[in-house]
Design a protein around this ligand. Structure first.
Ligand SMILES: Cc1cc2nc3c(=O)[nH]c(=O)nc-3n(C[C@H](O)[C@H](O)[C@H](O)COP(=O)(O)OP(=O)(O)OC[C@H]3O[C@@H](n4cnc5c(N)ncnc54)[C@H](O)[C@@H]3O)c2cc1C
Ligand code: SF4
Length: 550
C-alpha cells in the first residue's frame, strides 16, 4: 500500500516531544518539568521499556545527576558503588605494565565517580520524570520527522503490523503523529532521525567528520574470591595492533557483578579484523582471565560510541528542534564517559526551550542553546581532550596515547602546543582492500571464558517480529557486492557483533544474507559500510535487545 492510500494518522499535540529515553532525553524531560511544570512533555522510546536498549560501561561522573537531582544521594538509587581503586595497564601478549596514577592527567581520575548499570540509572530517571508528569511511551519508535513550513513539527511513530513484503497484516495499526512546538532528538550515537536531520540541515558543515567506536560488553556474576568492589581497570594494547585504536574496561560493582567490555575504534583498516573476536581474545589475558574463573556470563550486548568530540559536534539546532546527548556526539573518549554530558546537554537544551516557550515562541531555532554549549561544562570537558583521538589515529597507540596524555596535561594548565588537530577521513573510508591485508586467525571459543556470536546474542534477549519490512536497508545490492564483497572481502560478517550479515558463497553468485532479527541496534553497519550503502532505520517499536541491567 502506498502512503497516500493509508488511513490518516491520529495526532497529539505537546509542547515538547523527546525522542529517546536515555540519560539525555530523560534529563531534558525532568528539567523541563522542574522549570515549567505546566509544559506538556512526551518521551518516545523504541525499547520495550526504559533501559532496554541502554548499554554502557559504566563509570559515571555524577556532575549531571548532582545538577539535575541534588537529592539523589539521600535516595535509594542504583548509584551505589563508589570507585575505590583506579588502574590503567598497557598489555603485551602475556604481560602487563601498570601506569602509575600520578602520570595520568588529573582529568582521567575516577575519584568521586560511581560504577553503575546505566540502564538502571535510566529506569530511575524515568520514574523521576513520570512523577513530574512526563508521559513516556516505551515500545514506540520514532520513524519519521514531521515538517511544517520547513521547520520540524514533531515525529511520527512507525506503523505496526506491516508484513515483510509490504502488505498490511490483521494486526496493522497506523503510527501516531506526536506534534510539538519543539522536538529534542536524544537517540544516542548515530541516531537514525538525527542522521537525516544532520544531512537535511547540513549541521555538519565546517565540522570534522564524526568518529566512532564499537563497544562490546558482557556482564558477569563472579565468585566472591574474584570480586573487588569498586575496582575500575582499563587497558590498551594487546590484542589490538599498534595501528588499531581501542582498549578494555573492567568494573566491579554491586553484588559480585563485573562489567567487562572492549572498544575498537571504527577507523581500523584491516577488513579481516573482528571487534567481537578481539574482545573474546582480550578476556584470555593473564591479567584478567582469573576474574572470570568459576563465574557466569549473564548478559551481552554492543553499541556504537561517538569519538569525534569537540571538533565533530555538529551545529545543534534547526527550526523546531535540537540534538542532545550522544546524538550530538558529546562523548569524552579518553575518559570513556558520555553520560554526564548527555545529561548536561539535555538540561541545557531544556532551559533554552523553557525560555522560548515562555516568550510565546514555537518551531523556531534555539540558537542560544547552540551558542552556549562550548562555554558550558560540556565544552570545558571536551576541549581539554580534543587532540587525544586525532593523535591516536595518526600515530598509533604507543606514540599517540603518550603524546595525547602530554597534550591533556598541558591543556589542564590551559594551553596546547598542538592547537586543535583534525580527524582525517570518516570511518567508512579507512578500510584497505582485502587483497592488501592479511587475514587474522582467531582462536575458537571455549564456551567458558570465550564464546561465539550466536550464544552471545541469546544473552542480549534480542527479539524482533520476523514478519516486518527490513530495517537494514541495502540501497543498491549490486554495489554491495562490487564494493563490500569484491573489494573488502565482506567485513560486515566480522564487524557486526550479532552475526546479522553473512555472504553465502555456495551459489553461482555470492548472496548477502541479513539475519535482521538478531540486530542489537549498535549502528556499526550504518557507520562502517565502506560504500555507505547500508541504512539502519527503526524496526517496529519494542523490537531489539532487552537488556535487563546493562
Ligand atoms: C561500551 C560502552 C561503554 C561506555 N562506558 C561509559 C562509561 O563508563 N561512562 C559514561 O559516562 N559513559 C559511557 N559510555 C557512553 C554513554 O553510554 C553514552 O554517552 C550515553 O549513553 C549517551 O546517552 P544518550 O541519552 O545520548 O543516548 P543513549 O544512551 O544511546 O540513549 C538513546 C535512547 O534513545 C532510544 N532511541 C534511539 N533512537 C530512537 C528512535 N528513533 N525512536 C525511539 N527511541 C529511540 C534508544 O533506544 C535509547 O534508549 C559508554 C558507551 C558504550 C557503548
Ligand atoms: S546489523 Fe548493524 S546495527 Fe544491527 S547489530 Fe549488526 S552492525 Fe549492529
Amino acid at each position: 500500500m502506498n502512503a497516500a492510500d493509508l488511513p490518516a494518522r491520529e495526532a497529539m499535540e505537546f509542547d515538547v516531544v523527546i525522542v529517546g529515553a536515555g540519560p539525555a532525553g530523560l534529563a531534558a524531560a525532568i528539567r523541563l518539568k522542574q522549570l515549567a511544570p505546566d509544559t506538556s512533555v512526551v518521551v518516545v522510546e523504541k525499547g520495550s521499556e526504559v533501559g532496554a536498549h541502554i548499554l554502557s560501561g559504566a563509570v559515571i561522573d555524577p556532575i549531571g545527576l548532582d545538577r539535575l537531582l541534588p537529592e539523589w544521594r539521600k535516595e535509594d538509587t542504583p548509584v551505589r558503588t563508589p570507585v575505590s581503586s583506579d588502574r590503567f595497564y598497557v598489555l603485551g601478549s602475556s604481560g602487563a605494565v601498570r601506569l602509575p596514577n600520578v602520570f595520568m592527567p588529573p582529568l582521567m581520575s575516577n575519584h568521586g565517580n560511581f560504577i553503575v548499570s546505566l540502564g538502571d540509572v535510566c529506569r530511575y530517571l524515568g520514574r523521576k520524570a513520570e512523577a513530574l508528569g512526563v508521559e513516556i511511551y516505551p515500545g514506540f519508535a520514532a520513524a519519521e520527522t514531521l515538517f511544517e513550513n520547513g521547520a520540524v513539527a514533531g515525529i511520527a511513530t512507525g506503523d505496526m503490523g506491516i508484513g515483510k513484503a509490504g502488505g498490511n497484516k490483521a494486526s496493522f495499526t497506523r503510527g501516531m503523529e506526536l506534534r510539538a512546538k519543539y522536538t529534542l532528538f536524544a537517540e544516542g550515537a548515530r541516531g537514525s532521525l538525527s542522521k537525516m536531520l544532520i544531512e537535511r540541515f547540513t549541521l555538519h558543515r565546517n565540522r570534522q567528520p564524526q568518529k566512532y567506536g564499537i563497544g562490546l560488553k558482557e556482564l558477569w556474576q563472579v565468585t566472591p574470591e574474584n570480586f573487588r568492589k569498586g575496582l575500575v581497570q582499563h587497558t590498551m594494547g594487546w590484542p589490538l595492533a599498534n595501528n588499531t585504536g581501542g582498549g578494555s574496561f573492567l568494573y566491579h560493582y554491586a553484588d559480585n557483578l563485573v562489567s567487562v567490555g572492549f572498544v575498537v575504534h571504527l577507523n581500523y583498516q584491516n577488513p579481516y579484523l573482528s571487534p567481537f573476536e578481539e574482545f573474546q581474545r582480550f578476556k584470555t589475558h593473564p591479567l584478567v582471565r582469573e576474574t572470570f574463573a568459576g563465574g557466569k556470563r549473564i548478559c551481552y550486548g554492543a553499541r556504537a560510541i561517538t569519538e569525534g568530540g569537540w571538533q565533530s559536534v555538529p551545529k545543534l539546532t534547526f527550526a523546531g528542534g535540537a540534538l542532545i546527548g550522544c546524538a550530538a556526539g558529546f562523548m569524552n573518549l579518553p575518559r570513556i564517559k558520555g553520560s554526564h554530558n548527555a545529561m548536561l546537554s539535555g538540561m541545557l537544551a531544556a532551559e533554552h526551550v523553557v525560555t522560548a516557550l515562555a516568550a510565546g515562541r514555537a518551531h523556531d531555532e534555539l540558537a542560544d542553546y547552540d551558542a552556549a554549549w562550548r562555554g558550558s561544562p560540556i565544552g570545558h570537558d571536551l576541549w581539554r581532550v580534543r587532540n587525544a583521538k586525532p593523535l591516536w589515529s595518526k600515530l598509533g597507540t604507543v606514540a599517540g596515547v603518550a603524546l595525547g596524555a602530554l597534550d591533556m596535561w598541558t591543556n589542564t594548565i590551559g594551553f596546547s602546543f598542538l592547537g586543535t588537530l583534525k580527524h582525517g577521513k570518516p570511518d567508512f573510508a579507512t578500510l584497505k582492500p582485502a587483497a592488501d591485508c592479511r587475514p587474522i586467525a582467531y582462536p575458537k571459543p571455549d564456551g567458558k571464558l570465550t564464546f561465539d556470536r550466536l550464544s552471545s546474542v541469546y544473552l542480549s534477549n534480542t527479539n524482533h517480529e520476523e514478519d516486518q519490512p527490513p530495517h537494514l536497508i541495502v540501497r543498491d545490492p549490486a554495489l554491495q557486492k562490487a564494493s563490500e564483497h569484491d573489494v573488502y572481502g565482506g567485513p560486515s560478517a566480522r564487524y557486526c557483533p550479532a552475526g546479522v550479515y553473512e555472504w553465502v558463497e555456495d551459489e553461482a553468485l555470492p548472496r548477502f544474507q541479513i539475519n535482521a532479527q538478531n540486530c542489537v541496534h549498535c549502528k556499526t553497519c550504518d557507520i562502517k559500510d565502506p560504500a555507505q550503502n547500508i541504512d539502519w532505520v527503526v524496526p517496529e517499536g519494542g523490537g531489539g535487545p532487552n537488556y535487563p541491567n546493562m
